[in-house]
Design a protein around this ligand. Structure first.
Ligand code: NDP
Length: 487
C-alpha cells in the first residue's frame, strides 16, 4: 500500500523539494508507517525565507483589527475541523482520542482567539518631556521561527503562531519530525482564512532544519519547545545573531500533599499529572511529596485507581484513556528509567512493565507506573522521564519539603493540596516554579502565562505579556523647541 507524501508548506502552498529526501512517520500505536514527508532542503529553506520576507511586508502593514478578523476565521475553521485534526494528532502521537477530541485542537484555537482579540488592543505610550514629547510604537520583530516538540504538535503550533501573527510577524514553523502533519493542516487553515502567503510557513525535518532556523541571519526570534539540552543548543546558536528567544523546556515538578488535603482530589491530580497523555507532558508532577500521616491512605487509593481505571489500547477507541509512547526509542528510554528505579531501591507499587494491549499489540505502551519509598537522590526522582512514571516521597515538615521540592535545576511547575488557605499561598509563594496550582493540577487556559523558572525556560507563552515577546518598542522623540547646539 502506498502512503501519502507531504511537502513543505511555503508561500501559501505546498512546495516540492529538490533533493528528493523524505522521512517516514509511524503511528506509535501500531508501529506502522502512515505517511512520508519531504525534508526542507536548501531550496525550500531559501524559499521559506523569501516568502516570509514578502509575507511580513504585507501582514505587518494590515491594520491589527483586520489581522484579528482573519485570525478569528482560522479559529472558526479549527473548531469546525476539530475531529479531523484530533484524529491526525491521535495517529501521530499515540495519545487517546478521548483527550485529543476535547483538548488538543480546542486549546490551540483558544490561544489564537485570545491573541486575535488582543491584536487591536496593543497601544504605545506618550509622555511630555518639558515642551517636547516622546511616544512609543509596538512594532513586530519580523520573521520569527517556531520549533515544536511532539507531545502536543498542533497545540504548540497554535501557541506560537497565535501571538506571533497577532503582533504582525511572519512565522516559519518546524514541527517535530515525529509529528509533522498537524502544522501542515494549520497552514492550510490559515491560508483558507485569508492569512497572506508567506506569513505562516512550515518546514520539515530533524535537528539540522531546526539548527538552520537558529542560525539564519534573517530570523529575529526563535520560540522553542523541547528538552533542556536542546534548548541550550538553540540559545547558543541563536546568540550568533543575537536573536530573541523563548524557551519552553522540561520539568521535574513537585506536588505537595499536606495532611489536611482532600486525598481523593490529590490522587486525581497526581494521576492526571503523571498519566494524562501517557505521561508525556512537560508540567507533570513526577515528584509527589505526601505528608507521613496520610501517606498510606494516599498510596492505597492511588494503587486501586491506577489498576482499575486506566484503559490502555487502540487510542482511536473512545473508551481508551491511556495511549502509546511516541517511539520505540522513547519506550526504551522510559523502560530504562524504570529499571534504574528498581535497581536504586525504590518500591514498585504498580506497573513497571511494557504493555501489549489486545487492540494495539505492536504499540509502544508502558504501564502506568508508581514507585514508593523514593528518596531525593534517586535518578527517577531527579531526571525528567517524560513517560508514565510517578515517584512518591514522604515528608513531615513544611519548611523541609519546600527545600526538597526546590532542590532541582528545573522549575517549570509545582502544586500544593491543602485546605488551609494561608498555608496554600505561603507554600506556593516559596516554590521556585513558573506555573503553579493550588488544589488543582495541569489546567493551562489561554489567559494564563506559562513558562519555566531556572533551566525550565526563558520567557512566557500565553497571557497578555506574551505579545511583548513578539514585539519591540520603538521610541520616537518629538522636538517642539529649537535645538540648542554648542556647535
Ligand atoms: P527535543 O528537544 O528533542 O526536540 C524539540 C524540537 O527541536 C524538535 O522539533 C527537534 O527536531 C528540534 N531539534 C532537535 N535538535 C535541535 C537543534 N540542535 N537545533 C534546533 N532544533 C532542534 O524535544 P522532544 O521533541 O523530545 O520533546 C520533549 C521535551 O519537550 C521534553 O523535555 C518536554 O518537557 C519538553 N516540552 C516542554 C514544554 C513546555 O511548554 N515547557 C511543552 C512540551 C514539551 P526533531 O525532533 O524533528 O529531531
Amino acid at each position: 500500500m502506498t502512503t501519502p507524501v507531504y511537502q513543505n508548506f511555503i508561500n501559501g502552498d505546498f512546495l516540492k523539494n529538490q533533493s528528493g529526501e523524505t522521512f517516514a512517520v509511524k503511528n506509535p500505536a501500531t508501529d506502522e508507517v502512515i505517511y512520508h514527508v519531504e525534508v526542507a532542503d536548501s531550496f525550500v529553506q531559501n524559499a521559506a525565507i523569501e516568502s516570509a520576507k514578502q509575507g511580513f511586508a504585507v501582514w505587518s502593514a494590515i491594520a491589527p483589527i483586520e489581522r484579528s478578523r482573519i485570525l478569528l476565521k482560522a479559529v472558526a475553521l479549527l473548531r469546525e475541523r476539530n475531529d479531523l485534526l484530533a484524529k491526525i494528532e491521535v495517529l501521530d502521537t499515540g495519545k487517546p482520542w478521548q483527550e485529543a477530541e476535547c483538548v488538543d485542537v480546542q486549546t490551540g484555537a483558544d490561544v489564537i482567539e485570545y491573541f486575535a482579540g488582543l491584536a487591536p488592543a496593543q497601544v504605545g505610550q506618550q509622555q511630555m518631556v518639558g515642551e517636547d514629547f516622546y511616544y512609543t510604537r509596538k512594532e513586530p520583530l519580523g520573521i520569527c521561527a517556531g520549533i515544536g516538540a511532539w507531545n502536543y504538535p498542533l497545540q504548540i503550533a497554535c501557541w506560537k503562531s497565535g501571538p506571533a501573527l497577532a503582533a504582525g510577524n511572519a512565522l516559519i514553523f518546524k514541527p517535530s519530525e515525529e509529528t509533522p502533519l498537524g502544522a501542515i493542516k494549520l497552514a492550510e487553515i490559515f491560508t483558507e482564512a485569508g492569512v497572506p502567503a508567506g506569513v505562516f510557513n512550515v518546514v520539515q525535518g530533524a535537528a539540522e532544519v531546526g539548527q538552520w532556523l537558529t542560525h539564519s541571519p534573517d530570523i529575529e526570534k526563535v520560540s522553542f519547545t523541547g528538552e533542556v539540552g536542546t534548548g541550550k543548543k538553540v540559545v547558543a546558536s541563536a546568540a550568533g545573531t543575537l536573536k530573541d528567544v523563548t524557551m519552553e523546556l522540561g520539568g521535574k515538578s513537585p506536588l505537595l500533599v499536606f495532611e489536611d488535603a482532600d486525598i481523593s482530589q490529590a490522587v486525581s491530580a497526581a494521576m492526571l499529572g503523571n498519566f494524562y497523555t501517557q505521561g508525556e507532558i512537560c508540567t507533570n508532577c513526577t515528584r509527589i511529596y505526601v505528608h507521613k500521616s496520610v501517606y498510606q491512605q494516599f498510596i492505597d487509593e492511588l494503587k486501586t485507581r491506577t489498576e482499575q481505571n486506566i484503559v490502555a489500547g487502540d487510542p482511536l477507541d473512545p473508551s481508551v484513556n491511556f495511549g502509546a509512547l511516541i517511539s520505540k526509542n522513547h519506550h526504551n528510554l522510559v523502560m530504562g528509567y524504570i529499571e534504574k528505579g528498581i535497581n536504586e531501591g525504590a518500591t514498585l507499587l504498580t506497573g513497571g512493565k511494557a504493555l501489549r494491549p489486545e487492540s494495539a499489540p505492536n504499540g509502544y505502551f508502558v504501564a502506568p507506573t508508581v514507585f514508593t519509598d523514593c528518596t531525593d537522590d534517586m535518578t527517577i526522582v531527579k531526571e525528567e522521564i517524560f513517560g508514565p512514571v510517578m515517584s512518591v516521597l514522604v515528608f513531615e515538615d513544611e519548611d523541609d519539603v519546600i527545600r526538597r521540592a526546590n532542590d532541582t535545576h528545573l522549575g517549570l511547575a509545582a502544586g500544593v493540596f491543602t485546605k488551609d488557605i494561608k498555608r496554600a499561598h505561603r507554600v506556593i509563594h516559596q516554590m521556585q516554579a513558573g506555573i503553579c496550582w493550588i488544589n488543582s493540577y495541569g489546567n493551562s487556559p489561554a489567559e494564563m502565562p506559562v513558562g519555566g523558572y531556572k533551566q525550565s525556560g526563558i520567557g512566557r507563552e500565553n497571557g497578555i505579556e506574551t505579545l511583548d515577546h513578539y514585539t519591540q518598542t520603538k521610541s520616537i522623540y518629538v522636538g517642539m523647541t529649537d535645538i540648542e547646539s554648542p556647535f
